[in-house]
Design a protein around this ligand. Structure first.
Ligand SMILES: Cc1cc2nc3c(=O)[nH]c(=O)nc-3n(C[C@H](O)[C@H](O)[C@H](O)COP(=O)(O)O)c2cc1C
Length: 317
């Protein structure tokens, strides 16, 4: 798949997720060859102030094609933020028009932009004009069931220079409830010539087949389905080429977890790194025997050496 001049290795994308798609986890996911990875959403105002914490969020891993996602509601600030991302080495800039969280929506950013089409289009225009690299857009189907305007916004966004559109098949008012509406994504696909990526609730190979068939999208994006199993990207591609997939064995999984732990400690420092890594550790251990008591143990300690030892014991061959 092509995003303007950037050729992606495949069409299975890893979603932007605050608190999850940071540089350490993207490095782990990258081992399993996703088509493209996105940063966590970054506030445009924070970007232009270039503080240490924000710059850490735009840090690009080696050999990574990275889409940095920006959020905001002021066209001029989004313009400047896009320039900062380009300077920091982003390959693509993604505009967030899907975040449903109150704090973001109350500031008229994220999915609130879908309620104010004029402002949404000004922002798209501004970001596209700010940078030479491709700009993509991620949105929901609309604000609520009576206002599903994703196809209309997509068409105008394409004319303003957007190179790819991702649609999470829920309205803002649904938040994460109910099922993603994969059929509605087809209406967006019918409006534009640029690639459309379908997103929402893909957890299995059957979901992959269904979402592609129903939405007619050019590719798909996985977020929560990668929790504790970054190999899902490799699994899907293997199965799409009609080959059986063998899940990594426990010693490989243990190595992945240990590496992920180290990366978090290096990226954030020990205290923050450990806290950030714990949720992943809970996901890695989910559904394994005795995982409840393992989780209780890891949540009791702030000693990273103890965590390593607990990992090595729990994920024993
Ligand atoms: C913890 C969490 C954080 C998220 N953060 C972002 C974000 O920063 N930017 C964004 O566009 N979407 C964000 N999303 C939405 C996901 O990118 C995705 O659209 C949504 O989870 C549906 O896909 P899934 O069912 O594959 O998870 C987030 C979702 C979750 C669960």
């Amino acid at each position: 798949m092509l995003i303007r001049n950037i050729k992606l290795p495949n069409n299975i994308l890893f979603a932007p997720m605050s608190g999850v798609s940071d540089a350490p986890y993207r490095k782990i996911v990258k081992k399993f060859n996703p088509g493209l990875v996105f940063s966590e959403m970054i506030a445009s105002r924070a970007l232009i102030h270039k503080n240490k914490k924000t710059l850490r969020m735009v840090k690009k891993n080696n050999n990574e094609i990275l889409a940095i996602q920006i959020a905001g509601c002021e066209p001029d600030v989004m313009y400047d933020a896009a320039k900062v991302c380009e300077d920091q080495g982003a390959d693509i800039i993604d505009i967030n028009m899907g975040c449903p969280v109150k704090k973001i929506v109350n500031g008229y950013a994220g999915s609130a932009l879908m309620k104010d089409e004029d402002l949404a289009l000004k922002i798209i225009d501004s970001v596209c004009k700010a940078t030479k690299i491709p700009v993509t857009l991620k949105m929901r189907t609309g604000w609520d069931d009576n206002n599903k305007n994703a196809p209309k916004i997509a068409k105008i966004a394409e004319s303003l220079g957007i190179s790819l559109i991702t649609v999470h098949g829920r309205t803002r008012c649904q938040m994460f409830k109910g099922k993603a509406d994969w059929a509605f994504i087809k209406k967006v696909k019918q409006e534009v010539k640029i690639p459309v990526i379908a997103n929402g609730d893909v957890e299995s190979f059957k979901d992959v087949q269904d979402i592609l068939r129903i939405s007619r999208a050019d590719g798909l994006m996985i977020g929560r389905g990668s929790y504790g199993k970054p190999w899902i990207f490799e699994e899907i591609q293997t199965m799409l080429s009609d080959k059986p997939y063998k899940t990594p064995n426990i010693s490989i999984i243990r190595d992945i977890i240990n590496e992920h732990h180290q990366l978090c400690l290096e990226h954030y420092g020990i205290d923050v790194g450990l806290k950030s890594f714990r949720k992943h550790l809970c996901w890695y251990s989910k559904s394994l025997r005795n995982s409840n008591s393992f989780r209780q143990e890891i949540n009791k300690t702030l000693d990273h050496r103890k965590i390593t030892s607990l990992i090595n014991t729990f994920f024993e061959d």
